[in-house]
Design a protein around this ligand. Structure first.
Ligand code: DMJ
Length: 589
């Protein structure tokens, strides 16, 4: 008989029986241990997955003050109340289309165009633009080519043009020019200035530019140390009672400064287009403070009432509520929607909350804002003004063509994915059609360049789809259409996008190149004598020319499944967040 209890063991007469007991004891203990370890693993894995999908909010750190009341006259409206239910506008009949994804290649096989040569033409254009700036305005924030001078946004300037251009210089392999710019950053860039800057513009252009340059230059710590210095100063903007950043910040005192209009409200797109940059800064430094501040804004917005995921374009930094009811994917609304998707992609799809927010907002776009013009049935995205549909579209909205497609493939090509559900096919179609509409905004003007704003006509007897008001007919060298052409080309492989891009590039060359150096904005694209404006926006170097260059270049340069472009076209690598520096996330209410 084998021993079963301690007493049996103690009473055992022979060492053989004792040995048998010991073996049995070890076997049982080993088996129990194994079961314990397995159960622990399952438990830990379950906790991790739940935590990963829906993080628990750290309420101890959040300071929301919804009770704060602002003087009535300073705000248009302190709280946005979406209508209980208003039926979506009735779109002008959509064109019939198939539900399967079809590629409309002009045919890559028969494509005999020398794209390398065209890419080089873009590089030459960049050199022309850069050369004028270097000669006339070196070190200044902005460049005025006609008067051959530069100007600063504050004090001695904060590197708007130079820092915004660093990664384009690297991507175009302009080594000498890059070294010149790097030396300036090393010797002259100084953020210790008693002046205020716009938080959003400084984040997307300067912080984004430094972070992208850090990565593309092979982890050059000069750029990271400058980014940390700037990031710490920008954090001061988040000192409002709601956590919504003020529009501006004083670089020296780090004091947040409310906007001078709409009762001090911040633009929704501005408050929600800092997250890619702040999160990447946390990832690089191991310091979670940037991530947490940026994430808190998204948590706050997620808790507010929306109209099918659509948001008004102002936020009160004191109460944290929306102000007014204007809804647009143009000025002051645009990149809110862009960064919902890109935040999801940036952290390797580990934060599904952003995809849910993005999907909801796109449902709202499709049900309330997408419409078709007459007679050509061009798809466009209109606006809501006090719940009324307005057939107006800013050029800024043109980023949405590429964004819709990116939301379907997440940076893979349509060939790689191959299978799409109905919703995905619909989003791809909208992306394609909107991109086409945006090219029509170029091709239907006297200069072949798009105006800042267009209106679409909807009545069955209208003769033209697009009308342009004189006040809206300028062109600032904006990138959004080229951005969508680049993304659509990469994702679909349809050479049509490259051809449209080349046509647009030629129009820019013809009308905006300034022989005296640089490129200029235009007064009126509807005239064959469009008139010049004395300004070359920094996004011409940072975005428009970069997207042209990548559109005509090989597909493996900055692949879309490895990078997210910030809203100023600075590529930031996609990463897996480390536990230590990721945000807290939140549970939806
Ligand atoms: C850029 O500064 C950014 O793309 C921003 O998101 C919108 N406006 C300009 C370019 O048009």
């Amino acid at each position: 008989m084998l021993p079963r209890t301690r007493d049996d063991y103690d009473n055992a007469k022979t060492s053989k029986i004792r040995l048998t007991f010991t073996k049995r004891y070890l076997r049982v203990t080993w088996f129990r241990g194994l079961v314990f370890v397995a159960l622990s693993c399952i438990l830990l894995f379950t906790i991790y997955i739940r935590w990963d999908n829906n993080f628990t909010p750290d309420t101890s750190e959040k300071q929301f003050d919804d009770t704060f009341e602002r003087p009535v006259e300073t705000l248009v409206q302190t709280q946005f109340h979406p209508p209980i239910y208003t039926p979506a506008h009735t779109p002008t009949s959509a064109p019939t289309h198939t539900t399967t994804y079809t590629e409309t290649h002009t045919s890559v096989v028969h494509d005999t165009i020398n794209w390398k040569e065209r890419q080089n033409a873009v590089r030459e254009a960049f050199k022309h633009a850069w050369g004028g700036y270097v000669r006339d305005a070196w070190g200044c924030d902005e460049y005025h080519p006609i008067s051959h001078r530069g100007s600063n946004l504050t004090g001695i300037g904060i590197g708007f043009t130079i820092v915004d251009s660093l990664d384009t210089l690297l991507i175009m392999d302009l080594k000498e020019e890059f070294q010149h710019a790097r030396d300036w950053v090393s010797n002259s860039l100084n953020f210790e200035q008693n002046g205020s800057v716009n938080v959003f513009e400084t984040t997307i252009r300067v912080l984004g530019g430094l972070l992208s340059a850090y990565h593309l230059a092979g982890n050059d710590t000069l750029f990271l140390s400058k980014a940390i210095d700037l990031g710490d100063r920008l954090l001061g903007a988040f000192s409002s009672s709601s956590g919504i950043p003020y529009a501006s910040v004083n670089l020296s005192s780090k004091q947040g400064i409310p906007a001078h209009f709409v009762g001090g409200a911040s633009s929704t797109s501005e408050a929600t287009t800092l997250q890619l940059e702040f999160k990447y800064l946390s990832h690089l430094t191991g310091n979670e403070k940037y991530w947490k501040k940026a994430e808190e804004v998204m948590f706050k917005i997620d808790s507010l009432q929306k109209l099918d995921g659509l948001v008004p374009i102002y936020l009160d930094p004191h109460s944290g509520n929306f102000v007014g009811s204007t809804i647009t994917l143009g000025a002051r609304g645009d990149s809110y929607y862009e960064y919902l998707l890109k935040q999801y992609l940036q952290t390797s799809r580990t934060e599904p909350i952003y995809l849910r927010m993005y999907d909801q907002s796109m449902d709202g776009v499709k049900s309330r804002l997408v419409n078709y013009s007459s007679p050509s049935k061009l798809l466009y995205i209109g606006e809501l003004l006090n719940d009324d549909f307005n057939p107006k579209m800013d050029h800024l909205v043109c980023f949405m063509g590429g964004n819709f497609a990116l939301g379907v493939t997440h940076g893979k090509t349509v060939r790689e994915i191959n299978h799409f559900n109905f919703k995905e096919l619909e989003d791809l179609r909208i992306g394609k059609e909107l991109t086409k509409t945006c090219t029509e905004m170029y091709f239907r003007t006297a200069t072949g360049l798009a105006p800042e704003i267009v209106y679409f006509t909807g009545s069955s007897d209208s003769e033209k789809d697009i009308s342009i008001k004189r006040f809206d007919s300028h062109n600032l060298l904006r990138p959004e259409t080229v951005e969508s052409l680049f993304i659509m080309w990469r994702l679909t492989g349809d050479v049509q996008y490259r051809e449209w891009g080349w046509k647009i590039f030629e129009a820019f060359e013809k009308h905006t190149k300034f022989e005296g150096g640089g490129y200029t904005s235009l007064e009126d694209v509807t005239s064959t004598s469009p008139g010049r404006r004395d300004k070359m926006e920094t996004f011409w170097l940072a975005e428009t020319l970069k997207y042209f260059y990548l559109l005509f270049g090989p597909n493996d340069q900055i692949p879309l499944d490895k990078y997210v472009f910030n809203t100023e076209a600075h590529p930031l690598p996609i990463f897996i967040p480390r536990r230590k520096v990721r945000g807290q996330g939140w549970n939806r209410q």
